[in-house]
Design a binder for this molecule. Structure first.
Ligand SMILES: [Zn+2]
Ligand SMILES: [Zn+2]
Length: 133
């Protein structure tokens, strides 16, 4: 299965050539700022399954932490992927077209959740990272 996605202006496009897993809503203050939203939603994939199919030269990486950052389109600002130690390890579900074949499994970093946002679903909530991930 190939999952396709891209940014708002359409210049940056990517494909994930294998299945996604471990999708979570992240409420940490860095994700909230990067997305300008109550939380961000990411999924992981197997190493090597992510490729930029167009606009790679427009992709900028902002590292908020040493080794941890976000890939975004320098034209329109869409946050497309997350990096860990310089490698792309997560993709934002909001930029995927169609059904990603996965749904978020938990809320993480709920300890830093926005005060104006209430969680109304029954997914497990973790103060920070869930154990064993
Ligand atoms: Zn763009
Ligand atoms: Zn986060």
């Amino acid at each position: 299965m190939t999952i396709k996605g891209g940014c708002l202006c359409g210049k940056v496009r990517y494909e994930v050539t294998g299945p996604l897993f471990d999708a979570d809503h992240c409420h940490c203050s860095m994700c909230r700022r990067q997305h300008g939203a109550a939380f961000s939603t990411y999924a992981e994939f197997n190493p090597g399954d992510f490729i930029w199919t167009s606009g790679e030269g427009l992709v900028k990486v902002y590292e908020a932490l040493p080794g941890g950052g976000w890939c975004f389109c320098s034209e329109c600002g869409s946050t497309l992927a997350g990096t860990d130690k310089g490698k792309i390890t997560t993709v934002t579900l909001g930029t995927i077209e169609g059904d990603p074949g996965i749904k978020p499994e938990s809320h993480i970093f709920v300890g830093s959740k926005a005060q104006w946002h209430d969680i109304y679903d029954d997914l497990p909530q973790f103060e920070e990272r869930p154990p064993n991930t």
